[in-house]
Design a protein around this ligand. Structure first.
Ligand code: SF4
Length: 224
């Protein structure tokens, strides 16, 4: 009797890293061989080896700057693995926030537990910390998700791999209140189908929606 078939197999050696596609896998008591375990952390060497396998199939190995990119990736991998020391990771779950205007689903990059039981919701970015980093909406939504689901003890943290900054994020109650109201207003507009364009000469050309956006003038493109 056939109950189904497997189309693709991926393993995820390191949290926050893309999956590695496998042709075959050994399935043991703890899952796929070489897959990340929620209760453990890989060593830098294990993470490097897993990344190298992905790099060989998907990395720009023929690029003129391949060696530089690979070196940069090693630095990020090392920072990511070291930042997990002393934490017990759990599978990141989608967390719903119910606002008057609708429901927002927050998917934290990582969830971990500290020895005292505090749940950590961590946002991981590969780049440098930006000057207005913690004024961005994502952190407010992390905070609201934490309040909704882990009122007994949670912490918001940010990890910036390029400059290796890992720190707790604090948002004042006034800012939180304002941003909650803004989030709810945005949600209400989205629910009502209101998507006004905000044309900007710098951001629009780099926007993934540029060619389908109402901001783009109609008619043929005429080059000067
Ligand atoms: S192109 Fe993108 S950034 Fe510009 S208005 Fe449209 S959606 Fe907004």
């Amino acid at each position: 009797m056939e109950i189904g078939h497997v189309e693709e197999i991926f393993r995820y050696p390191v949290k926050s890293m893309r999956g590695e596609r496998l042709d075959a896998a050994d399935l043991g008591w703890h899952g796929l061989d070489g897959d990340r375990r929620p209760t453990g952390n890989p060593t830098v060497q294990e993470a490097e080896a897993a990344f190298e396998a992905i790099w060989q199939t998907r990395g720009p190995v023929d690029h003129g700057f391949a060696a530089d990119y690979r070196q940069l990736a090693s630095r990020l991998i090392s920072a990511l693995v070291r930042s997990g020391t002393g934490r017990r990771f759990r599978d990141a779950q989608a967390l719903a926030i119910d606002l008057p205007g609708g429901r927002v689903i927050v998917e934290p990059d990582e969830m971990a537990e500290l020895p005292n039981g505090t749940v950590v919701l961590r946002r991981v970015r590969t780049g440098q910390k930006r000057s207005d980093e913690y004024d961005r909406l994502e952190y407010t939504l992390y905070q609201l998700a934490g309040e909704s689901h882990f009122a007994r003890g949670f912490e918001i943290q940010a990890l910036h791999l390029t400059d290796e900054i890992s720190e707790p994020v604090q948002i004042s109650s006034k800012k939180l209140q304002n941003r909650r109201a803004n989030s709810d207003a945005m949600l209400s507009k989205i629910s009502a189908g209101s998507f006004p364009v905000q044309i900007d000469a710098v951001t629009c050309p780099r926007c993934p929606h540029f060619f389908v956006c109402a901001a783009v003038p109609k008619g043929p493109l005429v080059l000067p």
